[in-house]
Design a protein around this ligand. Structure first.
Ligand code: ATP
Ligand code: MG
Length: 149
């Protein structure tokens, strides 16, 4: 299905901000040309990354920067938050099913499936997800998907 990235991403952002108007989300999309994807699958990936950025940021630093750019054969979606960060020792665990880093930011009703599901979905679409993080500064999640499907 052909989707306009601008409209699509803005929709996901608007939907989230209806619930959380205090979330400051900045989005910049390069002219990436033609990109085809499944909007339902892609929206569930983006919603979980947006939700995580919100949940794992202190109240006075609820901000997220989303960049979309072209990289060789891939499109890249980069999510940069100013949240609590992830300790280096936990980086390899967070994509595991039901895994959650122990912290006061853990919310009831969350089960630790979001990132595992994102990774499964992205791999299913021949894409991937990577993270770099600095504790108390923030995290950068990068989603890659191929242009040619
Ligand atoms: P669910 O997504 O099922 O509601 P969850 O958000 O806790 O629960 P994941 O999305 O899989 O689970 O994330 C796994 C863990 O990784 C989280 O519990 C949290 O400890 C850590 N994490 C994920 N995203 C971030 C982030 N942006 N900043 C800091 N820690 C994060
Ligand atoms: Mg989550």
């Amino acid at each position: 299905e052909e989707i306009s990235l601008e409209v699509f991403i803005q929709n996901v952002i608007d939907t989230y901000q209806l619930k959380h108007p205090d979330f400051d989300i900045d989005c910049a999309i390069d002219d990436v040309g033609y990109f085809k994807s499944d909007p339902v699958l892609l929206a569930s990936v983006f919603s979980n990354l947006i939700d995580n950025a919100y949940k794992y940021s202190p109240a006075d630093r609820k901000q997220l920067d989303i960049r979309v750019r072209k990289a060789k054969r891939n499109i890249e979606f980069v999510f940069t938050d100013s949240g609590i960060g992830i300790p280096a020792s936990e980086i390899n665990n967070i994509f595991r099913k039901f895994y959650r880093v122990q912290s006061q930011y853990n919310q009831q009703g969350s089960v630790g499936l979001g990132l595992a599901f994102c990774k499964e979905l992205l791999n299913f679409m021949n894409g991937d997800i990577f993270v770099t993080s600095v504790v108390n500064k923030g995290s950068v999640f990068t989603v890659t998907l191929p242009f040619e499907v």
